[in-house]
Design a protein around this ligand. Structure first.
Ligand code: ME8
Length: 519
């Protein structure tokens, strides 16, 4: 096994069903996890649901149910979304699990032992929708002059007895952390947080007494912890904390917390400060991705444009949606999607370019070589040039994916696919069949090799389709990681097994524009 790599998504509020933003984050994290696995890392991937807090309690009251029942019902929808979208998580955590209560209380006690918690009275603004405290100076005016959070959500004046965390004590250490590392990415988010912390940090209210849907504060039974203390701790609960051996020892600190841009402050200010206080190592990086917009607009219940990601995958196919999201959106920035854009992109690149290349290559081998594959046929300059172009495209994909720059990585891959299609047109194996059958065989075997390499390269993005293709090419499941790209003897080994290409079945169907937009 290779080096450990631990990646997490945010844990979602199960106060409703998942929306496309949740799907986007899960897909991006899954692609990173699969990419790292392909690169040989021993990957651990965690996702889950964030089930406590006032937002959940209020939603349950509104629906005339209990927060626990609401969480159980909705959490299942998040799992279903993951299953549908082929999200290969290792751990799906629910913050209502007893082990999570134990882990969070342990973290609390460590912060208390460090002298960082004290009892006082909180008076200030709170947004239930953001589950966040805001300073008066951060508020903005709504259309009717009402006070809103910087995220545009309603705030309420809150007065109650509360435990406080000495966040102010960590200001300098946090600034040092941001300055000395790539802790916050991309740079736009880093600058935003730098400004916030440089502006001065106030101590943070970390418990509530006006409701009880949360984790009890040890020794203070009428207090439940502020939901973000509990939520952030999920990242270590899932590794077995408070046990500090086993998975915790192996995978903590996390390599990457992948989250949306609206919750960067919690992950890059509060979370590292809690960990510093508790004397635990800090995660290596937090990446705040952008928001996904529906034709440029935020999805919301009031606009009636909320998309069910499971429905979207059923309409267009899971891999078309996965590919589209990573290809179309510059990672870190906001991106827009529409049905037309998914169909256009999937048809142009997956169906017509790569899918067609694979399909016609296998088809010609099946028809013109009786399905037989051959190794070590003579190569021309054109073949060598194509191998070089494909190697360059794959190297480009790997370098870009390593930097979480998916759209450019897929662009490099696509350029290699174009080079292959151009090669097919120039070599015209259908003509060679009559004029020079042995050259035709060499051309078809060149194509077999480049299709295999390009398929392996893009597998983290569209794993089910690629596996269906590689199955047809006789590649055993163990030989589909990037290490296989360096294996020069694979074709000879396949030939030795007597493998024959059967009549191929296309794996990237051409999509039709839906007549009625699915919701
Ligand atoms: O924030 N596009 O949960 P959540 C892209 N429970 N990403 C989006 C998005 C959009 N339109 N809308 C939301 C929470 N997200 C907390 C997290 S972590 C310890 C606790 C992202 O259900 C959002 O930025 O509101 C977050 O990363 C994730 O979806 C879950 O959001």
């Amino acid at each position: 096994m290779g080096e450990p790599y631990y990646i997490t998504t945010a844990i979602s509020y199960p106060n409703g069903k998942p929306h496309i933003g949740h799907a986007y984050e899960a897909i991006a994290a899954d692609v990173i996890a699969r990419f790292k696995k392909a690169e040989g890392f021993d990957v651990r991937f965690q996702t889950g649901t964030d089930e406590h807090g006032l937002k959940m309690a209020q939603k349950a009251r509104e629906l005339d149910t209990t927060p626990a029942d609401l969480a159980t019902e909705m959490s299942q929808h998040f799992r279903d979304m993951c299953d549908t979208l082929n999200i290969g998580y290792d751990v799906f955590i629910r913050t209502t699990e007893p082990r999570h209560h134990a882990a969070t209380q342990k973290l609390w006690k460590r912060m208390e032992a460090a002298g960082d918690l004290y009892l006082d009275r909180y008076e200030g603004w709170y947004s239930v929708r953001d589950e966040a405290y805001y300073d008066e100076s951060e508020l903005v005016a709504g259309e009717g002059g009402e006070k809103l959070s910087p995220q545009g959500t309603p705030v309420e004046w809150t007065v109650e007895e509360s435990w406080f965390f000495r966040l102010s004590k960590y200001q300098d250490k946090l600034l040092e952390l941001y300055g000395s590392s790539d802790f916050i990415r991309p740079d736009s988010r880093k600058n935003e947080i730098l400004r916030f912390v440089e502006g001065g940090l106030r101590d943070l209210s970390v418990s509530r007494t006006s409701f009880d849907w949360g984790i009890k504060v040890p020794g203070s039974d009428n207090h439940v912890m502020y939901v973000w203390v509990d939520a952030l701790t999920n990242y270590i609960t899932g590794l077995g904390f408070p046990e500090e051996d086993g998975d915790y020892a192996k995978f903590w600190p996390a390599d990457l917390h992948l989250i949306g841009k609206d919750i960067v402050r919690f992950h890059t200010v509060y979370w590292p400060a809690f960990l510093m206080s508790a004397g635990l190592p800090l995660p290596k990086q937090v990446f705040g991705h952008g928001f996904l917009l529906n034709r440029g607009q935020k999805e919301s219940k009031s606009l009636g444009n909320v998309t069910d990601p499971i429905g979207l995958a059923e309409t267009f196919g899971v891999d078309a949606v996965r590919y589209f999201l990573l290809r179309e959106v510059a990672f870190g920035q906001d991106g827009s999607w529409s049905h037309e854009a998914i169909v256009t992109r999937a048809n142009a690149e997956l169906a017509n370019s790569f899918g067609n290349l694979a399909q016609r290559s296998l088809s010609m081998i099946f028809k013109n070589m009786d399905g037989e594959v051959k190794a070590d046929l003579p190569e021309t300059k054109a073949d060598a040039a194509l191998f070089a172009a494909v190697d360059e495209g794959i190297a480009g994909l790997r370098a870009a994916f390593d930097a979480l720059d998916f759209s450019n990585g897929l662009d490099a891959w696509m350029r290699a696919v174009f080079a292959c299609n151009q090669y097919v047109d120039e070599q015209a194996p259908w003509t060679l069949r009559k004029t020079d059958p042995s050259r035709m065989e060499a051309v078809l075997m060149t194509l077999f090799r480049v299709v295999r390499d390009l398929a392996i390269a893009v597998r983290p993005v569209v794993p089910a389709s690629i596996d269906a293709l590689l199955d047809q090419m006789g590649l055993v499941p163990e030989a589909r990681d990037y290490a296989a790209l360096a294996d020069k003897g694979w074709l000879a080994a396949l030939v030795a097994t007597g493998y024959k290409v059967d009549k191929p079945v296309g794996v990237f169907p051409r999509l039709e524009m839906p007549e009625v937009a699915p919701v």
